[in-house]
Structure formats: structure tokens, C-alpha cells
Design a protein around this ligand. Structure first.
Ligand SMILES: Nc1ncnc2c1ncn2[C@@H]1O[C@H](COP(=O)(O)OP(=O)(O)OP(=O)(O)O)[C@@H](O)[C@H]1O
Ligand SMILES: [Mg+2]
Length: 577
């Protein structure tokens, strides 16, 4: 909670102002019963109509002023709390953006989303409440007690019975409610997770007729959330009637005792009326405080979840004095005896990898599914860091380079094409912001995407739906290739990027990529022999280890793993390549 509160720092002036406004409006409110007592004791009892008008007018003026101050305070506190919420969301987002893939895996996307929306809102709401109520309640409580005692000390003894009763009950309820709030946030996470999975997987769910199961899964999480919510609300439901009962009995007690004292001539009527008003203020203040006792722990649960994210250090960070001298563009990338473990795995995924990919060459990586091909590319882009050995760019360890500088040399085409909502041009320009329309068309031509883009309404200005859902798999792949091409990188990393293309388009694309080789290294991950066979260098990966490096002709002669792959694909293709 402490570090979350530091977000309030920029608003300290507003907070001080809110406290002053609260103080003033509370003072006014505490002053009013005194005036009531005067009206009764002086005005009514002695029949002084002019006095009633005078004090009555004064009361109206005081009330109006109190209202104005309260409105002002509400405005300021809402503004402060909303700004505070915005700052927290911004900070969470900025922080999360620096995370490496490992941190994402640890917390999970849905939970990140809940934490930066729902949890922030909890904290924000409580901040409003604290600003509005908690500053006021203690003042009203202490002020009310002092004034009530000064009106009639004997009558005040009633509070000795009422206050502990109320306090004890609030304590009991909040002890039960607080753990439930933590659970409620976790259950919100779960609801979001299921919602996200069901929505993004809707096609698969329908195709496998699993709609009912998904419904049941959601229903279960939903019901579980409801049950916990009900438990909390049931507790709250006890709280209020009980408080009202105590308030009303206190009232009865005061009137009864007060009436006796007036009868005995020990108290005036006006004093009793004022006393009753103070009593109500005291009890209301206590109720407000009790609300905070319940709401604050709820926000604390949320603050803890936010802090978990904010305190999580990205595992991959730029060195403070990172190398910036690197003659651009780089000419070669080298793996030197690299091994890598995923943090949650026991076995290395890739082991003792040594090879070099150079400008002017096509380096292909082939291997069965799960052999570690994607992992190799993700090590080159430093999404993950080699556990052993090192990767160098023109002889410089990539850990010495700022990540941005390293990645600016890479044209990465992920295995699963990712597009953003916006136009085709926007998506291609993601590779290089200052690319002209001319550059975009050129990249699309090389990526064999020109034809289908021309057929779209609006050409490169045609809109792409969220996640590229209005495009075919192969079209998405080609657009992500164009995005890499427009960047003019030193290294192209194609992760199985031709798999959704037919043999003919695959061949054409590779032919047009030849022109890029002049100033770049092509690194192609593929499953098909036809895609890799004309490469200058083919790396055969087998269960994370290199089984051989060579040209197609060399490997087909003496590499068992490669021969097996060739044999398994024989007859599958007309030789186009
Ligand atoms: N984030 C991760 N955490 C833990 N293990 C992972 C992670 N990503 C991949 N793996 C494991 O590492 C191994 C290699 O995965 P990788 O994605 O590199 O294979 P691949 O050769 O690209 O396979 P494919 O041809 O199917 O794309 C697999 O066994 C996989 O289960
Ligand atoms: Mg892969």
C-alpha cells in the first residue's frame, strides 16, 4: 500500500486543500446544533420571534456555506482520485511493456488486464472514499463527543454502552469480510481468463462442439464469484440494520434519560435537541469509519496485486554502459556454444549450438516440431537470454547491446502472424514508420502480397479487423513478411513463415528475396525440404542439438536425420523449387 500511496505525491496540494475544506465544513456542521439549542432555549421558550429569525437566517447561511464547501471538496477529491488512477494505470502499462516474455508467462495476460483495470479501480474508489469520508469521520467523532459531553456530561455516559457495542460488531464483521475480498479479486481474474480464452478461441470451440462445456466452465467461475460476492454482501446486510438498531436505541435512551433530567430541572430542552444531533453525528461518523475499515483492506488486496507487478524486475535489461559502437549494419550473427533452459523446465531446450549466419547468405534451420527452432530465433532477438555460451553480432555479445539497437537490425516474422487493427499500410509501416507508400508497395510485391492487396477495396488503405480476422492465414503471413521487408534489416528471421503458402508462391517469394541478400542475412526456419534446399547453409536441428550443418547436397549424402526428413517428404511435392 505504501508504494501505491506514493502515486498521490503529485496531488499533495489538492489533498491538503481537501483536508482544509473538510475541516471547515465539519466545523460548520458541528456548530449548527448549538444554534438549534439557542433557538429553542432563547427563541421559543422566551417567545423571541426576532431572535428566531436572526439565528434561523444565520443557520441557513451556515448550511449553504457547508454545502458549497462539500461540493468543492467532492469535486477536488474525485479529480484527485481519478488522476491518481490514471497515473497508476499508466505506470503499470509502462512497466509491463519492459517485461521479457518470462514475466508475462509468470503472471498471465488476463491477470495483467484485471490488475491494471479492476484492481486500479478498487484502489481509486477507496481513495475517493478516504478523501471524502475518512478525513471527515474522525473530526465529527471527536468534535461530536467533545461537544456532547460539554452539553451534558451525565447523558454522555450512554455512549459508553453504545460505542463499544458498535465497534465490537464492526470488528467482527470486517474480520470475516476481509479475506473474502482477496478471494473476490482472484475470482475476477479467473472470470476474465475464461472469457478471454473463450472469445479468442471461439472458432475452435464451435468446430469441436464444445460450446456447452465452455458455458459450463464459465458458469462455474461465474457462480463461484457470485457465491463469494453474496457472502460479502450478506455480512454487509447484517451490518447496517444492526447499526440502525443501535442508533435508534441510543436515541430512545437519550430521550428517556434526557426527559427525566429536564423534568428534574437538570437540563434544558434545547440542550437535549442539540445533544441528540451530536449523538447522531457521532454514530454516523463511526459508521463511516467502519465502512473504511472494510473497504481499505479490499483496496489493500488490490494494491498488493498491483505492487507484485510493479516490483517485478524485467529479467532482461539493458546494461547501463552498453556498447553503442557497432558499425551499422551488422554483417554476421554467431552462436557460440549456446545452451538454453526455459525457467520452468528441467531440461535444456537447445544445447551446444554453434553456427554463424552472414550477410549475403541464406541460412536455413530445419528440424522436427519441438526441436527448438523458434527458441533459436527468440534467442537471437533476445526475447530470452542464453543460459550458457554467447551470441554475438559482429563479434559483440548481444547482451552488451541495447535491446532496441539489436532489434533494429532484425526483421522478425513470428511463426504465428500477428496483425493489429488498422489499415494494411499501418500494419506494414509498423516495420518502419517513415516508409513511403512506394516502399510499402515494393515490400508487398516482394512478399507476394501485391495481388491480393490490389483486390481489396482501398488497396493498402483497406482496414484489417482486430487480429487480422478478415484475412486468410497465408495473407496474414505475407503481410507480416512485408512488415519485416520494409524495415530493411540486416537479418531476416523467418519463423516457418512460408508454411501457409502453396509451393508455387513459396518458390516465387524465395526468388524475390534473393535480391535482399545483397545487404542482409536470411535466416529461414522451415519444415519443408523444398523451402530450404537451395540455402547456402542448412542447419539440421534434432531435439535441441545440431545434427549437422551443410548444403543440401552434402547433407543428403551423409546426414541421417536430414535423409529421414527428405524421405518422409518424398512424393509430397512437385519439384518447384
Ligand atoms: N515459453 C516456454 N516455456 C517452456 N517451454 C517452452 C516454451 N516455449 C517452448 N517450449 C518448449 O521448448 C521446446 C522447443 O520449442 P520451439 O517452439 O522452439 O520448437 P519449434 O522447433 O519451433 O517447433 P515447431 O516446429 O512446432 O514450431 C518444445 O519442447 C516446447 O515445449
Ligand atoms: Mg516454432
Amino acid at each position: 500500500m505504501k508504494s501505491i500511496l506514493s502515486f498521490l505525491k503529485p496531488y499533495r496540494l489538492s489533498v491538503v486543500f481537501i483536508v482544509i475544506l473538510t475541516f471547515l465544513s465539519s466545523m460548520l456542521q458541528l456548530y449548527l446544533p448549538t444554534l438549534t439549542a439557542d433557538i429553542v432555549d432563547v427563541g421559543i421558550v422566551q417567545g423571541d420571534i426576532a431572535y428566531i429569525w436572526k439565528v434561523g437566517g444565520w443557520m441557513v447561511a451556515c448550511s449553504l456555506l457547508a454545502i458549497l464547501l462539500t461540493i468543492w471538496k467532492s469535486y477536488l477529491s474525485s479529480k484527485t482520485a481519478l488522476g491518481f488512477g490514471r497515473d497508476m494505470r499508466r505506470q503499470l502499462f509502462v512497466h509491463v511493456e519492459q517485461f521479457s516474455l518470462e514475466e508475462f508467462q509468470k503472471i498471465g495476460t488476463s491477470s495483467f488486464i484485471t490488475r491494471s483495470t479492476n484492481d486500479v479501480k478498487q484502489v481509486q474508489d477507496v481513495t475517493i472514499m478516504i478523501l471524502q469520508m475518512m478525513t471527515r469521520a474522525p473530526l465529527m467523532l471527536v468534535g461530536g463527543i467533545i461537544l456532547a459531553v460539554s452539553r451534558d456530561a451525565v447523558l454522555s455516559l450512554i455512549f459508553l454502552a453504545a460505542l463499544p457495542l458498535l465497534g465490537g460488531f464492526i470488528y467482527l464483521v470486517s474480520r470475516k469480510a476481509i479475506p473474502l475480498f482477496g478471494q473476490l479479486q482472484k475470482k475476477t481474474d479467473r472470470l476474465n481468463l475464461i472469457m478471454r480464452e473463450s472469445l479468442s478461441g471461439i472458432r475452435v470451440i464451435r468446430a469441436f462442439n464444445r460450446v456447452d462445456d465452455e458455458k459450463a466452465r464459465f458458469q462455474e467461475a461465474n457462480t463461484s464469484y457470485k457465491d463469494t460476492g453474496l457472502k460479502v454482501n450478506r455480512l454487509m446486510a447484517y451490518l447496517f440494520p444492526f447499526m440502525l438498531i443501535i442508533m435508534n436505541f441510543t436515541n430512545i435512551g437519550i430521550v428517556w434519560l434526557g426527559a427525566n433530567r429536564i423534568d428534574a430541572g437538570e437540563m434544558e430542552v434545547g440542550n437535549l435537541i442539540a445533544f441528540i444531533q451530536y449523538a447522531m453525528m457521532i454514530l454516523m461518523a463511526l459508521i463511516m469509519l467502519s465502512m473504511s475499515f472494510i473497504m481499505v483492506p479490499r483496496a489493500q488486496a488490490s494494491a498488493k496485486r498491483m505492487n507484485e507487478v510493479l516490483n517485478m524486475e524485467p529479467k532482461i535489461k539493458d546494461k547501463e554502459q552498453s556498447v553503442t559502437k557497432l558499425h551499422q549494419p551488422a554483417q554476421s550473427i554467431r552462436f557460440e556454444d549456446v545452451s538454453f533452459y526455459y525457467s520452468n523446465a528441467e531440461k535444456p531446450v537447445v544445447q551446444n549450438i554453434t553456427f554463424e549466419a552472414k550477410t549475403g547468405e541464406t541460412t536455413a534451420i530445419i528440424g522436427s516440431t519441438g526441436s527448438g527452432k523458434t527458441t533459436l530465433l527468440q534467442l537471437m532477438t533476445r526475447f530470452y537470454e542464453a543460459t550458457e555460451g554467447r551470441i554475438t553480432l559482429d563479434g559483440v555479445d548481444i547482451r552488451e547491446l541495447p535491446q532496441e539497437k539489436l532489434r533494429s537490425q532484425m526483421g522478425y516474422v513470428a511463426q504465428k502472424a500477428v496483425l493489429f487493427s488498422g489499415s494494411i499500410a499501418d500494419n506494414v509501416r509498423f516495420g518502419r514508420q517513415d516508409a513511403s507508400d512506394e516502399d510499402i508497395w515494393k515490400a508487398l510485391r516482394t512478399a507476394q502480397a501485391e495481388e491480393f492487396v490490389l483486390q481489396k477495396d482501398g488497396g493498402i488503405d483497406a482496414e484489417i479487423d482486430q487480429g487480422g480476422s478478415n484475412l486468410s492465414g497465408g495473407q496474414k503471413q505475407r503481410l507480416s513478411i512485408a512488415r519485416a521487408l520494409v524495415r530493411k534489416p540486416s537479418f531476416y528471421l523467418f519463423d516457418d513463415s512460408f508454411s501457409a503458402l502453396d509451393y508455387k508462391t513459396d518458390a516465387k517469394l524465395r526468388a524475390s528475396l534473393e535480391a535482399e541478400k545483397e545487404h542482409a542475412a536470411l535466416i529461414i526456419v522451415a519444415q519443408r525440404i523444398s523451402t530450404v534446399k537451395h540455402s547456402d547453409k542448412i542447419i539440421v536441428l534434432d531435439e535441441g542439438k545440431i545434427a549437422g550443418i551443410g548444403t543440401h547436397e552434402q547433407l543428403i549424402k551423409d546426414n541421417l536425420v536430414y535423409q529421414e526428413i527428405v524421405a518422409s517428404q518424398e512424393g509430397q511435392e512437385v519439384d518447384q523449387g
